[in-house]
Design a protein around this ligand. Sequence first.
Ligand code: KG4
Ligand code: ZN
Length: 365
Amino acid sequence: MQLTILSIESSCDETAVSIIKALKDDQGNITKINILAHEVESQNESHAPFGGVVPEVAARDHLAKIYDITNTALTKAKIKNSELNAIAVTMGPGLIGALMVGVLFARGLALSLQIPLISVNHVDAHLAPALLLKKFTPKNDINIWHETQKISFPALALTVSGGHCHLSLLKSIQEKTILGKSLDDACGEAFDKVAKLLGLNYPGGPFIEVLAKEAELKGNTNEFSFPSKPSNKENRYNFSYSGIKTAVMEVIRKETGIKKGKITGKDLSIEKKQSIAYAFQQAAINQLYDRVENALKDNPEIQTILIAGGVAQNLKFREIFSSINKQVIFAPPSLCSDNATMIGLQALLNSNQNGFNDHPYAKYF
Ligand code: KG4
Ligand code: ZN
């Protein structure tokens, strides 16, 4: 069976539309995937002056762009509307105004084309590229048939993004149990907040990574160290990042002598910023590693580790996790940050043997 889906993502600060084709065998397994269009427009520039995402700005930006981006995706995919089998859309979690733009647009499309509307959970969808695709670069892999991944289960899945930090156990693609979540800030959020304290741009993760690399190249890796584990010892799987962020703030106050008020990083030398970025990044990654180690100790039957989400683009993170003595599968870097291809892939994973169940009103929204 061949299925073609147009998918929409608008839960936060990326407006994205993708069109994918997939082949399913008689058992309902997805065997091949072809990404015909992968359009992502980031709102980073709109939110950068505020140092974080402003919900009202995000919703207005989606509204301004979603029609044109969809049109571009349809033109690039060179398919007729009648070839689409379903529309898939992120139904949550996310910013309510931002989600509403995507969901209502998707409803209108599904209604006018008289095809099913599939509502997709955004956090589940982050994992879908790791479950299905060995590689994908928007430059080289558009309109190419990809064989799907062969995953050995049970698998441990770590999703680390700006809004979420989830550790889950998967007995199969469909059977997922969440082991741990963030008790306060998500890991990516902590990268963004620490970046703001250091006077770096939004989103801060990539800038922290660059500074940390510079510290490493200069050998400045021992000047600071931050606590990597949450103080609550009872839970072996949950995450907590607000403590590390506060520790960074205290170090900056000490280094700059600014006892009260806003910290902007402008009184820190570049060397200090590099050393702090390095120590923070190590602590942030060590906490993720520690939680994964606990899960592996408690569940020795785990065969595979799946890693996804915006933070999974970090090369230090990839290097450290690659050393684990299991099959470690990272989502392709271009599908780690928010995009609509992951929404289409998750819709495929949610589909049954005969295709899609109709959710004409994205009823879980
Ligand atoms: O998955 P994503 O695009 O959005 C959410 O669903 O939240 O993740 C965005 C997050 C941001 O917090 C960003 O700073 C972080 O991913 N990020 C990184 C890197 N690239 C993006 N964090 C650390 N290192 C990176 N290279
Ligand atoms: Zn996301």
